[in-house]
Design a protein around this ligand. Structure first.
Ligand code: FES
Length: 335
């Protein structure tokens, strides 16, 4: 474990303030706890400060202490204890956290670390020449089955080779990190054996209240439940004329000129192309997405949960009304 101290004074900002959207979020967060227990929000608030600025400065620690009515030293203790908090400036486009614990080490973590040293900086916690990238070695991040792995922001990139990590770093350096699918990088699904499922191979892949018929009241009249496939589930997400859609397209292309989907945080040029290929071209189309649509798109893009986590629908709803609305809702310009 490294010694964790605040960054030197020369890089510390004079002050820190949450932007409007984050300030509103922080108020809601603090209100979740009973009166007098607001300090329970210390970790979420520090993390939100880090997400806003990229790292946790002395000023941010003092601001959080003030908001929660805590002694500064107690917030400092939290910020310096948890390695998730960056105590000095990190790369503006990516901070690569390389897992160096035993399973990842046995599977090639040292080679990944060498890639970071070569492509970013010889030393951890130092930014590269243009300030866009930095790296560090961290302890186990709980993806040992898919070792070796790194984390960048909230995403993990698993089953890595040095070559694949180089490609990922290049994508982030070019500002196209959002186009890199998170998770296993070798075709593995989640943590399943690379050779495919080895258990539960004789049951339907999925069932849902909508697709699985209710059991008949009397056993003799009951009909066997049909097998429900991914295809059937995804069909819910498609419009009525889904069968007429060209191969590979998930949604009917809407009327009107395509929007610049890259304005949605989390969508880069590569992802935009993929969305267009699936028939997704407009903000109002994404704004109207239902759960089944998101599931279909999640499956198509192979990054489960990210659409909801990055709030694509909320972003699209705002962008459909214009940039001003986006700024009002999110407190910042769309990228
Ligand atoms: S050892 Fe690397 S994720 Fe657990």
């Amino acid at each position: 474990m490294s010694v964790r101290r605040l960054a030197e004074e020369s890089v510390q900002p004079e002050s820190f303030a949450f932007n409007a959207a984050n300030a509103a979020w922080a108020e809601k967060r603090m209100a979740l706890y009973p009166e007098g227990r607001q300090q329970s929000a210390v970790i979420p608030l520090l993390m939100r400060a880090q997400e806003q600025e990229g790292w946790v400065s002395r000023a941010a620690i003092e601001k959080v202490a003030e908001m929660l009515g805590m002694a500064r030293i107690r917030v400092l203790e939290v910020a310096t204890f948890y390695t998730q908090f960056q105590l000095q400036p990190v790369g503006t486009r990516a901070h690569v956290q390389v897992c160096g614990t035993t399973p990842c080490m046995l599977r090639g973590a040292e080679d990944l670390r060498a890639v970071c040293q070569r492509k970013i900086h010889q030393h951890p916690h130092e930014v590269n020449a243009d300030g866009t990238l930095s790296w560090e070695e961290v302890e186990c991040m709980g993806a040992c089955v898919n070792a070796p792995m790194v984390a960048i922001g909230r995403d993990t990139y698993e089953d890595l080779t040095p070559g694949r990590l180089e490609e990922i770093i290049d994508a982030f350096a070019a500002g196209e990190g959002a186009s890199v699918p998170a998770g296993p990088q070798n075709g593995r699904q989640f943590a399943m054996a690379i050779t495919g499922a080895t258990t539960l191979t004789d049951v339907p892949k999925r069932t849902s209240a909508k697709t699985a018929p209710a059991r008949a009241a009397t056993p003799e009249k009951a009909k066997p439940e049909p097998k429900v496939t991914d295809k059937a589930v995804n069909a819910e997400a498609k419009p009525a004329k889904a069968a007429e859609l060209p191969k590979g397209q998930l949604f009917a292309r809407p009327e009107g000129a395509p929007d610049d989907l890259k304005l949605i945080s989390g969508v880069g040029p590569v992802l935009e192309r993929k969305l267009n290929d699936f028939g997704v071209t407009r903000f109002d189309q994404i704004a109207a997405f239902k759960k089944a649509d998101i599931t279909a798109l999640d499956d198509g893009l192979s990054f489960k949960g990210r659409i909801e986590r990055d709030e694509w629908v909320k972003q699209a709803k705002a962008l459909a009304k214009g940039v001003d609305e986006y700024v009002r809702v999110f407190g910042k310009q769309p990228k």
